[in-house]
Design a protein around this ligand. Structure first.
Ligand code: AMP
Ligand code: MG
Length: 507
């Protein structure tokens, strides 16, 4: 018996939202890794994987009594273009579990074809499963809202990508996997009843305060905008590039979901493109907040019938109809509008914290030149982003005597000295103690992030059936702000061979 009870949750919405089907079994399944932190969310302990049927269940070979598997349908905009119907092409939701930590949808990714697989095979390869698993748990430890990952099960079953790889299933957990694309789907079909049902479901379960608003659906849009703005500020601050910010990969709850060709910045490049398939750089690092806002406009467009309809003028005469449309667009704009200020505020707060500066009482613009100069400097000097912030924590506000570890990251030392002079002046102006500032900065500037080359090493070993590096990385990344001196090598600059790593949409 599982330590949780299940509820229909999303399944309560009815058959227009999903197809019930069983996962496709995988031959010779074996456990690669289990996150005991994620298992704890379901009420399981670190030995959960030794339970009877655990591996079979999370390989998709056994459907336990508590599961009622289904794949959901959604649509979306991919790379700025309407893509029509997509859906869970390889994800199968087993159940919604209820524990002390909340509702958790338990979803297998890579568990076989569904009615939404289109031309693809319904599988995920070991490589991308390891990347998603490690990054989900790493992002959680960094304090970034994210889906979680329970475990990876691997198989010898071949999967064709650019080369032949092998299949794996990663089990993900989230309170909900509803995407912007779920709303776009019903809006595109002009199925307003289902659209409203979906909005009501999200509001009642996850954003009940929206119900108090005079316009609950506009409040929903505003709430999603604010959550997304906060998430973008966190991605930027930690140097995370998602890589495929299509509207079908945007969580309605403001979580990071669908880890594919993501990457953390190594050498800072504002225009870094982590996804080799993104030839135009649509999802480059610097574009992420803008793209999120664009995606929110798609969501707004999808939700608009809910309040245009509420006006009761939708089918009226041409003139009344136009006035109603204008009013609906205006309402959508008003609901999206807070995104900018929220993002700017969250962005400044994150970077002020990273710099170890005290709040300015709303006068963010005073610190803007310091930040702008810094980004410029990091960009032109291609300074390692994570090492920079970590080492910055330990400089002295009095003089440059402690600068070496951070100064050495710059080719142009004089440029560093100039910026550091301004920074020190700013630190002295607020009269804080260096020890307290260092401690505060070390608590927000991680030492360990999932650099591509670290994931790559774990993947190579796993391909040789040695899964120890996956577990080791998981352990290190679960405490990204701790020194962990024995793991220093995981915090070092990427080796030369890492420059040749390419990550694409292929997963
Ligand atoms: P993504 O951008 O990777 O999140 O995927 C976009 C769409 O393609 C989603 O509908 C996925 O379910 C689907 N998809 C991606 N890879 C596969 C696959 N190997 N088999 C079936 N569907 C897939
Ligand atoms: Mg996706």
């Amino acid at each position: 018996m599982p330590p949780f009870v299940t509820a229909p949750g999303f399944a309560e919405l009815g058959s227009r939202f999903f197809t019930r089907l069983a996962p496709t079994p995988l031959p010779s399944p074996r456990l690669v890794s289990m996150s005991s932190a994620a298992a704890g969310l379901l009420g399981w302990d670190a030995h959960a994987a030794t339970q009877r049927n655990f591996i079979e269940t999370f390989a998709g070979n056994h459907v336990p009594g508590w599961a009622a598997p289904l794949a959901s349908v959604y649509s979306g905009h991919q790379f700025g273009v309407w893509a029509g119907q997509l859906g869970d092409g390889r994800a199968i939701r087993l159940a919604e579990a209820h524990t002390a930590t909340g509702p958790w949808e338990i979803q297998l990714k890579g568990a076989g074809m569904t009615p939404y697989s289109r031309m693809a095979d319904g599988r995920a390869v070991l490589r991308s499963s390891i990347r998603e698993y490690l990054c989900s748990e790493a992002m959680f430890a960094l304090g970034v809202p994210t889906s979680r990952a329970l475990c990876i099960v691997a198989s010898d079953a071949p999967v064709r990508r650019e080369t032949i790889e092998t299949a794996a299933v990663v089990t993900r957990l989230a309170p909900s996997f509803i995407r912007f694309g779920h709303f776009e789907h019903f809006a595109a079909r002009e199925d307003i009843g289902s659209l409203r049902q979906l909005a009501d479901f999200v509001i009642d379960r996850f954003m009940p305060e929206c119900r108090e608003d005079r316009q609950p659906y506009q409040a929903l849009l505003r709430e999603v905008s604010l959550r997304t703005a906060d998430l973008m500020a966190q991605w930027q601050a930690v140097g995370f590039c998602h890589g495929v910010m299509n509207t079908d990969n945007m969580s309605i709850l403001g979580l990071t979901i669908d880890y594919g060709p993501f990457g953390f910045l190594d050498a800072f490049d504002a225009n870094h493109i982590c996804n080799h398939s993104d030839t135009q750089g649509r999802y480059a690092y610097s574009q992420q907040p803008q793209v999120a806002f664009w995606n929110l406009h798609c969501l707004a467009q999808a939700l608009m019938p809910l309040w245009r309809e509420a006006d009761g003028k939708a089918d009226g005469e041409a003139e009344a109809g136009k006035a109603a449309t204008d009013a609906a667009v205006e309402a959508a704009r008003a609901a999206l509008d807070p995104f900018r200020a929220r993002y700017a505020g969250a962005f400044f707060q994150r970077y002020r914290d990273k710099l170890g500066l005290r709040p300015t009482g709303g006068r963010d613009e005073e610190d803007e030149p310091l930040l702008t100069d810094l980004f410029q400097l990091l960009h032109t000097q291609r300074v390692d982003y994570t090492l920079f912030w970590r080492n910055l924590a330990r400089i002295s506000s009095a003089d440059g005597s402690q600068d070496a570890p951070v100064r050495d990251l710059f080719m142009d030392r004089a440029a560093w000295d100039a910026w550091a002079g301004n920074y020190r002046a700013r630190l002295r102006a607020e009269d804080s103690s260096d020890a307290a500032r260092t401690a505060a900065m070390l608590a927000v500037n991680p030492k360990y992030v999932l650099r591509n080359h670290l994931a790559e090493t774990a993947i190579q070993r796993a391909r040789e059936n040695d899964y120890s590096e996956v577990d080791r990385l998981l352990a290190v990344l679960s405490h990204p702000f701790d020194e962990q001196p024995e793991a220093d090598a995981y915090a070092a600059l990427p080796p030369d061979w890492a420059a040749g790593l390419e990550v694409s949409c292929s997963s």
